[in-house]
Design a protein around this ligand. Sequence first.
Ligand SMILES: [Zn+2]
Length: 592
Amino acid sequence: MITMTRRELDILKKNHYIAEGGEADIAEYDANTVIKIFKDKNPQTGVPIDKKRKEKVVKYFITTKFPQSVIGPLEDVYADREFAAYIMRRLLDDDPVRQLTKRNHLKKNRFSNKDVLKFAIKVAKIVDDLHKRGFIIGDINDQNFSIMENEVYAIDTDSYGIKGQLYAVTYTENYTAPEAYKANGVIELTEETDHFALAVLCFYILAQVHPFGGNYSKQPTWKFKERIENKISVLGPHGVGVRSVTPSWNWISPQLLKKFLDIFEGNCRESILPELEDLYSHMTYCKKHDGYYYSKFGECPVCNQNAKVQTQPIKQAPADTTAAMLKVIFESDDIETILNDKYYLSKDHNIVHRRTGRRKAVTGNANVEFTKDGNYILEIRDDVIIIQDDYTHSTYQIQKQHKSHYDMTDDTLYYVDRNNRLKSMQLTRKGTCETSEDFVFNPIFKIVDEKTRFIASFYPKKAIVVENGGQTHEFECNDSIIEYALRYDESSKRWLFIYEKADGSFRTLVFGNKQILVDNSTWVYSAIPLSGICLAGNTIYEPGNKEIIGLSIASNKIKAFPCSVVTENSHLEFSNGGFTITNPDKIYTFGK
Ligand SMILES: [Zn+2]
């Protein structure tokens, strides 16, 4: 037990702040540990934090042996004689398992479907091990398991339940079995509901689509919860459409697929670990599609079905007569995958700056950026930015706020320091010049140039946006943002901000000069990533399956036009009357 005064704890929180969650703040304690400091209430929901319960589980977990891969409490902390916090091991540059559903992440880390299956097995083994020790996890989801250096760790353990002693209380709708919802709003989480959530998570990372995701045209407004309740998964015969770019899941063994279906649409609530392990020990590599499949098939079921996905796409694009309007503007044999309009990943695993051809080997999960002239190379990590200056041949690092966003224009880096201040750092031949900008809070921002910028701070219940000339907008926001698109339209001087909520729905906001022009929560998107969507005047353009879908924000009408090379993975940019289409393998212009 560690004791301190409230004042000492507050100073520790202030000076070593790392991150904020719904019920606690995280601060650095020493080089290998962090301290989780509980709040009095959740600022988003207003619900008080049950510190008595936390105290009880923390004490219990300290004396119980957790598996090595579970990040549990090491010591409890009392401030002014009241339970206030606990110490736990620190993970560095870790990624939630949700990242395994992202194509670029898989490519950068060279993860095959067999590697992803290995991670799924590790998750399932942790669940199995915890059950054997008498714990209920309750909140199994894609954020509560993290990968660091190819090992999986379970985090957020203080919401676990203890069989026969204490209920697990936290849950995520997208992962919760229908029977968990009892009368009077009570949620009952058990080993069985853990098995359901585990199956959802494993299917999600193996198939790269949530089992209750996709497009169910009979009930387009149903969210994950309704789909789970009505047992409409992508595996059953319900005509749920999935993205044309979702890889085939035919490589999975028939037994495992059947078990998934029995869990999602039937009453089976057993662990899927045995089927995962059976598949892992029978895998054959197929050179043709560069992936593994279940060896008991006579030949590769991915290549020989000739179909990319099991279910039919709902919309069939009309015949494409627009090939003449397409022009390839960038392609190369060196490309493994194009990451964005500035960089691609090369076959020999370097991040390549297209403009200068400069290369940087990829290490771990860092993002890499270059200045316009290519003479500064920046490696953006969770807590630091490492800057390689080729003018002076020196390398140094600056501290940033944990997992905070950043942006980069031609030669200026924008990042958030550990005191919630937005900083700009100009990197030129003459050296670096750092300027402090505004204070920000959990910000999402994009900076086009000095005058054109969008900086949104997310407070517990509202967001405040500071836009181009300094005008501000405020809107209510209680959602946790899973993914977003933030795009600027040069011609209309408007900003488009779309974000995806935890329940799978979207909110679309368009910011005009003086007011918020659009605030819509009914439009749905299937672009992946979401940032491939762009705005041009009154139209939001979304990449679809062989088509570009235009949504008029003024008339709320949709009009699609064919374009053979576009998929849900394409990144669209509209300028000078036409599109620039960035695909994983080539960049095109269309209609310019
Ligand atoms: Zn194949």
